[in-house]
Each structure stands twice: as structure tokens, then as C-alpha cells.
Write a protein that binds this ligand. Structure first.
Ligand SMILES: [Fe+2]
Ligand SMILES: [Fe+2]
Length: 142
């Protein structure tokens, strides 16, 4: 896959995650207001779990071979991405544990953290300057 295609796919997954964050915050606010929508919260969180896991898997699979072509910046960028994903995974699991009211109360902070991670990626290794088609040749086995 060309770097620009990988970038477009990963950015579309970021957009999808941000849409889910809006839905989740809306449902979490209703849970916190005592509206008894626990089933809705669990349903939207289940969708977030799947989308989040899919995104991190795609990001690592697509970006590792592209970033590795940059001998100077590639290895530290890859290492940082993997470390941040591992840390995110751990805080994600912790945020989802426990009673619905507690989970709902943690959503604003979790969303802020993941959104900050995505914004940082968009400024760094998902930027058009890094994922350029013109300076790298990708051998994807085709
Ligand atoms: Fe990421
Ligand atoms: Fe990402």
C-alpha cells in the first residue's frame, strides 16, 4: 500500500473513533444524569473496543514497514508508537472496569487522552511530510 493510501485509511479510522467518542460521551452523560441507559453504554463501548483494536492493529501493520525505511527517524517513531499503544491499551482496560456509573465518569478523561494521542500522530508520523509517496518504494510482495 502506498504511504498516502495508508495515511488516508488511518485518518478515516481516526474520524470514526472521534464519531464514536461523541456518541459515548452523550450516553455517558445520560448515565451520569441517572437516565438508566446502561445497556446503551455497554453497546457503544463494545463498538469502541472493536474500532480501537482494529485501528491500533492497522496502524502498526501499515506504518511499521513504511516508517522503517527512514533509517534515522523510523526506529524511534516505531518504538514510540508501540509503547504508546501498549500504555493506551492498559489505560483503556482500566477505564472500562467496574460499575457503569464509574465507567461513565471516566469517559471524558479517556476520550481526551486518546484524542490527544491521535492529534499527536497526525502532527508527526501521520503527517503528509512523513507519509510521502515520492521518496520511498514499498515492496508489499505483489
Ligand atoms: Fe496510535
Ligand atoms: Fe492512530
Amino acid at each position: 500500500m502506498e504511504p498516502s493510501q495508508a495515511r488516508a485509511l488511518l485518518l478515516s479510522q481516526h474520524d470514526r473513533l472521534r464519531q464514536l467518542f461523541n456518541e459515548i460521551q452523550h450516553v455517558a452523560d445520560r448515565v451520569l444524569a441517572g437516565e438508566g441507559v446502561a445497556a446503551e453504554l455497554q453497546e457503544v463501548l463494545a463498538r469502541l473496543r472493536v474500532a480501537f483494536a482494529e485501528h491500533n492493529t492497522s496502524e502498526e501493520a501499515l506504518l511499521e514497514p513504511i516508517l522503517r525505511l527512514d533509517y534515522a527517524w523510523g526506529p524511534p517513531r516505531i518504538e514510540r508508537m508501540l509503547e504508546e499503544h501498549a500504555a493506551e491499551h492498559a489505560s483503556f482496560r482500566l477505564s472500562m472496569a467496574g460499575p457503569d456509573l464509574e465507567v461513565a465518569a471516566r469517559m471524558a478523561e479517556l476520550i481526551e487522552d486518546i484524542d490527544a494521542h491521535m492529534a499527536a500522530e497526525e502532527r508527526t508520523f501521520l503527517s503528509p511530510g512523513v507519509l510521502r509517496d515520492d521518496c520511498v518504494l514499498i515492496d508489499d510482495g505483489d
